[in-house]
Design a protein around this ligand. Structure first.
Ligand SMILES: [Zn+2]
Length: 99
């Protein structure tokens, strides 16, 4: 069996987008998270698995999350433009609050 490819580093993810959705594995609550504060804290070569393992949900308190690139919303919500717009408008203002 082939070993799974290594998880991308925080810096590799940041090159594609300055932020991503962190989605709770238990209740699917999600929150936009900017990479720069994480890179300052853990370093650019830190594995993105760090976030997957240690993220704690602010809604249900569950530990463990998946990362979702913001661009992926485009094909997840195809045909529902109003929903897509709503989802894409929110993170920008939330992200500013984080910075
Ligand atoms: Zn949750």
């Amino acid at each position: 069996m082939k070993p799974a490819p290594p998880a991308p580093t925080l810096e590799q993810l940041r090159r594609h987008s300055p932020w991503c959705w962190v989605v709770c594995e238990r209740c699917l609550h999600r929150r936009p998270v900017a990479f720069v504060p994480l890179i300052i804290r853990f370093g650019p070569d830190a594995s993105s698995n760090l976030i997957r393992r240690s993220a704690r949900c602010t809604k249900c308190g569950g530990k463990g999350a998946t990362l979702q690139h913001p661009g992926w919303l485009a094909w997840i919500s195809d045909g529902s433009r109003s929903r897509e717009n709503k989802l894409q408008r929110r993170p920008l203002s939330s992200q500013l609050a984080l910075l």
